[in-house]
Every structure is written in structure tokens, then in C-alpha cells.
Design a protein around this ligand. Structure first.
Ligand code: FAD
Length: 378
């Protein structure tokens, strides 16, 4: 069976690997001319790391990752509210929680899948199917046929209209600055600090680097206020508890990005006949629980296993969709639940949030992190 995957992000490349491992003939098409150098950090939980291990890529990820022993929540002034012993998850899952560069994950996946198995600089503009054949039409006029087509083409998916017409991403209310810089030493802790209608954090990400982010709730498309992303991030977060300001100051402007956060509304289905969606194309959500890419890795694995089970591609993709949608929706609800207190901007509500966090036992928060990370596929 010949399978076309659209998009060489984490979801598409992982799907390429899992589908080939299941015996299919796979080719990935990517609109960018080469892998994108962007290096923001990505938290990977045990649910995803198990699957990297299953396909023989775990050591390559861990070799370049920063490991978290704790997660610490703070006020914007730097006062610790609660500390969560993430190292306890190692006992539970035999795997750590890590932060790793997106470029590292992409390189590991490409090494395993084969750079030559991706057709670069090729943008799909339309997907359609007729009987047992799917067709992908590209912006250069090519039209390719196959038995199955997978849309792993991210939040603004060009495949999604052929599965769920009329489902446009919606603004989630926040913009996020992200950056990476070198660092001498940092504790093995992921920090998140809460302000008023804003939050920020930083984590060690391996190879002597630190990943930081700052999020602010504001209207979409709000231009930089102080002329550059770095100036805005410093104005917003520079005077928060040390070392955030120092870390942002040390970050080169070209290592900072800003993203308005959009989410894909719940879709009625992720498959139609021989076309299916995975990753952000199916369920992009606000990043409050850092599970979006982990879910894409799970989707890719289940997709390959169900297609291998048969009995027909249509039935296999239907089963994949039925199995995966409740999992993604559960995590979306959790992300929205966690995101609500982060959005509090009033002086009373934000103080109350901090007081509640300070009274919450770390082990209760740990149980909340462990639940999605415990998910087992293989
Ligand atoms: C601020 C922020 C922080 C996050 N932090 C985390 C985290 O810590 N942990 C975590 O697990 N998740 C995190 N996420 C979520 C994670 O980034 C996404 O869920 C994940 O990258 C989705 O991967 P994907 O492969 O589905 O899509 P993408 O990464 O968007 O990849 C899609 C690919 O398809 C290509 N493409 C698009 N359209 C076409 C086309 N028409 N033709 C050909 N190619 C096309 C694109 O160029 C791209 O390469 C975060 C997200 C944000 C916004």
C-alpha cells in the first residue's frame, strides 16, 4: 500500500517511521525547502518517550535533552508557590521528563526516516479521493496518486478541508514569546511563574542551553510595542524573579520568536474514506500542558498500527479516529482547565490563584502530570 504523508513536522516524520515499520511504502511531502532551523524547546513526557524508545530513537533524544527533577511554580516576583517532584515519575514510568530542542527531535526523526524519503519544497494545495485512490495536488501543478493520504500539515492544514470542511482555527487569546540561549548552569527544574494575565518560564534543554517562554493574553496580531520581540519580552518579563531577565537579555534577537496561539475546534471526525489527519492538523490546542507534539507521536503510532490491522484502509482510519479523538479531547479539556488560572489578570483573582497554588500539595499536581504521561500504546 502506498501512503502519502503531507508535512515533515514531528507528527509527519514520526508517521513516516511508524508506517514504514509496519510495512507500508511511505513518502512525505514538505512545503519548506529544508528542515527548519528553529530551536525552541519541547517538553517530552513519558507517553512520547516510550514511543521514541519503541522505534529505537530514545538514546539519541536523551543525549541532547535537559532532564527535569522538579517543576516549580512561582509568583512573578520569584516567590516559590509549590514544587513538584517530577523525578518521582521516573520510578513510575522508567523514563524522565525532558526538554529538548525541536531541531534535535527533527534531526533524530530525519536520520531514522531518511532525508531522501522527504520531498522538500513541495506544497500540497488540495487532497481528494475517488474510489480506492487518493490524489494530492501540489502548487507546482504535480498530481500524485496513492492508496492513503495522511494530513500531518499542522494547524493551518490544507488536508483538513477534505475531511472536515469549514473548520477554521480559532485564536486562543494569548501570544507566546520563545527563546533559547546558552547558559553556564541551571538546576534540573522547569520553572513557571504567574503574573497578571501573563506567565513565563524556563527550563534546561541539554547541550548547555536554556529554553524560556513568556505568554501574555492580548488581541491577535498585536504588533511589537517596543520595536522588537526581545524588547517586548524584556519589557513584559525582564523584572520578574531572577534569572528570567538575565536569560532573556542573553538571548540573541534571532533566537526569539513570537506566536499568536490558535487552536483547532473539536472536529466531528479525523478521517474521511482514505484520508486522515494527525497532530496539530487534527487537534492543535493551547500549549498549557505541553502535550501537543507528544500527542502527534501517539497519533502516528496508532495510525500505523490500525492500518496494519486492516481490514480495509477506510475501516482502519475510522477506528484510528474513534480511538484517538477521546484521548486528544481529554487533554484539550485539561489544557483549557490549566490555562484558565494562567489567564487571570485581576489583582484579587491572581492573588487568590497564587494562594490556592501555594496550598496545593505538590503530589496532587504530580498526579495531574502523571495521568497523561501514563498513556500506553505499545
Ligand atoms: C508555544 C508552544 C509551545 C509548545 N510546547 C510544547 C511542548 O513543550 N511539548 C509538546 O509536546 N508540544 C508542545 N507544543 C505543541 C507542538 O508544538 C505541536 O503540537 C507539534 O509541533 C505539532 O506537530 P505537527 O507535526 O502536527 O505539526 P507541525 O509541527 O506544524 O508540522 C507541520 C508541517 O507540515 C508542513 N506543511 C504545512 N502545510 C503544508 C502543505 N500544504 N504542504 C506540505 N507541507 C505542509 C509545515 O511546513 C510543517 O513542517 C507547543 C506549541 C506551542 C505553540
Amino acid at each position: 500500500m502506498k501512503i502519502i504523508v503531507i508535512g515533515a513536522g514531528i507528527g509527519g516524520l514520526f508517521a513516516g517511521i511508524a508506517l514504514r515499520d509496519a510495512g507500508f511504502d511511505v513518502i512525505v511531502y514538505e512545503r519548506c525547502p529544508e528542515p527548519q532551523p528553529g530551536g525552541a524547546g519541547l517538553t517530552l513526557w513519558a507517553n512520547a518517550l516510550k514511543l521514541f524508545r519503541h522505534y529505537g530513537m530514545l538514546d539519541d533524544i536523551l543525549a541532547h535533552a535537559g532532564t527535569f527533577e522538579h517543576s516549580e511554580f512561582r509568583t512573578a516576583a520569584g516567590r516559590t508557590l509549590v514544587r513538584v517532584a517530577l523525578a518521582d515519575l521516573v520510578e513510575q514510568f522508567g523514563l524522565p521528563t525532558v526538554c529538548v530542542g525541536r531541531n534535535v527531535v527533527s534531526d533524530v526523526l530525519l536520520d531514522r526516516f531518511g532525508h531522501e524519503n522527504v520531498v522538500w519544497a513541495t506544497e500540497m494545495v488540495r487532497a481528494e479521493q475517488d474510489g480506492d485512490t487518493v490524489y494530492a495536488e501540489f502548487s507546482d501543478g504535480q498530481r500524485i496518486s496513492a492508496d492513503v493520504l495522511i494530513g500531518a500539515d499542522g494547524i493551518h492544514s490544507a488536508v483538513r478541508p477534505s475531511v472536515c470542511p469549514g473548520s477554521a482555527p480559532q485564536y486562543d487569546g494569548q501570544t507566546v514569546w520563545r527563546g533559547v540561549t546558552d547558559v553556564d548552569s541551571l538546576p534540573a527544574t522547569a520553572f513557571v511563574s504567574f503574573g497578571r494575565g501573563s506567565r513565563a518560564g524556563w527550563s534546561p534543554m541539554g547541550d548547555g542551553r536554556v529554553y524560556w517562554f513568556g505568554a501574555r493574553f492580548q488581541p491577535p496580531g498585536t504588533p511589537d510595542r517596543f520595536g522588537s520581540m526581545k524588547a517586548d519580552a524584556l519589557a513584559e518579563f525582564g523584572d520578574w524573579g531572577d534569572p528570567l531577565g538575565r536569560i532573556i537579555s542573553a538571548t540573541p534577537e534571532d533566537a526569539i520568536s513570537r506566536t499568536d496561539i490558535y487552536a483547532v475546534p473539536r472536529l466531528p471526525t479525523w478521517s474521511s474514506g482514505r484520508i486522515a489527519l494527525l497532530g496539530d492538523a487534527a487537534h492543535a490546542m493551547a500549549p498549557h500542558i505541553a502535550q501537543g507534539a507528544c500527542l502527534a507521536v501517539e497519533d502516528a503510532t496508532v495510525l500505523a498500527l490500525r492500518l496494519a490491522d486492516g481490514p480495509t484502509p477506510e475501516e482502519a482510519l475510522r477506528r484510528y479516529s474513534d480511538e484517538r479523538q477521546p484521548r486528544a479531547e481529554e487533554l484539550r479539556d485539561e489544557a483549557d482547565r490549566i490555562g484558565r488560572p494562567a489567564a487571570m489578570r485581576g489583582p484579587v483573582s491572581s492573588r487568590l490563584r497564587n494562594a490556592v497554588l501555594a496550598l496545593t500539595p505538590g503530589r496532587m499536581l504530580l498526579a495531574g502530570f502523571a495521568k497523561p504521561a501514563a498513556f500506553e500504546i505499545v
